[in-house]
Ligand binder design. Sequence first.
Ligand SMILES: Cc1cc2nc3c(=O)[nH]c(=O)nc-3n(C[C@H](O)[C@H](O)[C@H](O)COP(=O)(O)OP(=O)(O)OC[C@H]3O[C@@H](n4cnc5c(N)ncnc54)[C@H](O)[C@@H]3O)c2cc1C
Length: 424
Amino acid sequence: MKEPELKAILAKRVFDLGVEVVNRTMAVQLLKAGDRVAGAIGMNVRSGEIIVCKAKAVILSSGGTARFGLPNNGYLYGVYDFPGNTGDGYCLAYRAGAELSGFEYTLIYYIIKDINAPLLYITLTRGANLLNAFDEHREKDHPSIKSMLQEHHEGRGPMRIIMSHLPEEKIKEIEDILFTTERPVQERFFRGRHVDFRSGEIELWPTECFLCGGHGLTGVRVNEMAETTVPGLYAAGDTSLVARGHLSGAFVFGEIAAESASEFAAGIESAELETDQISEFIEFQQSRFNQHANPVAIEEFEYKVRRIINDYIVPPKNDYKLNHALRWMDRFRIELDEQVRVKDIHDLFKYYEIQNIIQCATMSALASKERKESRWGLWHYRTDYPQSNDRDWLKHIVLTQGEAPEDVVVSHREIQRLGDAKTP
Ligand SMILES: Cc1cc2nc3c(=O)[nH]c(=O)nc-3n(C[C@H](O)[C@H](O)[C@H](O)COP(=O)(O)OP(=O)(O)OC[C@H]3O[C@@H](n4cnc5c(N)ncnc54)[C@H](O)[C@@H]3O)c2cc1C
């Protein structure tokens, strides 16, 4: 990507089209009318104001689960992907009855140590060198994340990026992207560590584990029209299972979703809104403040949940660890209500975020347990089933909600090639 003003360009386009924008508002629940989706309820994360959007069609595009595993810098928000993404789109879709898949694809990247920001493709494609801890060069074969992680875990890491041999204009070009589009804070980060690309080196390290459609395979199952299995519900970008689409995939599929949803909305009447869902939401939200005197701060609780994800869900996986993960998540679900303090709006929206992180962890552990083989390198590596097994497992593991959110129903679907059929 090379466009520092991308977000401003997108925002301008939205305003020019006359779209009503509701900022600082977290979508917390989808509204249903029978089988159909009939809108969404959001909450302003500063004022707590509740916003009810009645809609004939809804497109989910709230990214993946960036806050999943805990990064080794120990900071809750020091993650690779955008830290505001806590799997909300996955959970909204799941609770509305949609199918999810790919939760066993637990991603880990290999990028700048401590800041977990990317630079590989920007530097290596412009002539930077990549060395392991023994000064052996690795840049020639433009290494995959998988091979770098392997070297690291085999004790030949950390890998390092070196640019001191590059001409000044190349280094400036690299800085120009890294310090603008990519993540402006990188400039301050490197200055603070006295790393100048002209003389120093950049140490690489594995990131935290995360779930994502655009970088991986996790998401809401959609067909080529971006339709989910719930009428009126669409998904695009990192929320959807349009594997490894990245940014261009998000743009393309976002447009497809918009066209499909508009067409759907034009062809049907508005559904009658069942207002009970709204009163139940308000009642639940207000009852959270009964937790104002509970002993555990919400940030400490999130730290623990994500530390346990690191212990038991992050690969290498096995049945013992995944069973432990499931037991812990059941316990966390109860503790979130009985132990965690919710004293203001700030705590309240974090309550919803952590509820979603726990739900994603449950789904990830269950899907990982179900797939009794190893696949995708380290990302679904099971020490008790170390080989891949196409005969039994070349298929999707699909998750849907049972009686309650914690009752995840696991089923299998055959692989479908694009264009085979419209149903997901
Ligand atoms: C560090 C990094 C580098 C990358 N580099 C490249 C690259 O070079 N090339 C490329 O093609 N791709 C790249 N990608 C991938 C690309 O950025 C993503 O695939 C793309 O941004 C996905 O777009 P999206 O709109 O689906 O999700 P996002 O861009 O993550 O947007 C999700 C939005 O949803 C909001 N949100 C979350 N929860 C809620 C909620 N409950 N209610 C309301 N809003 C919510 C968030 O605030 C956020 O604004 C990179 C990603 C990362 C993290």
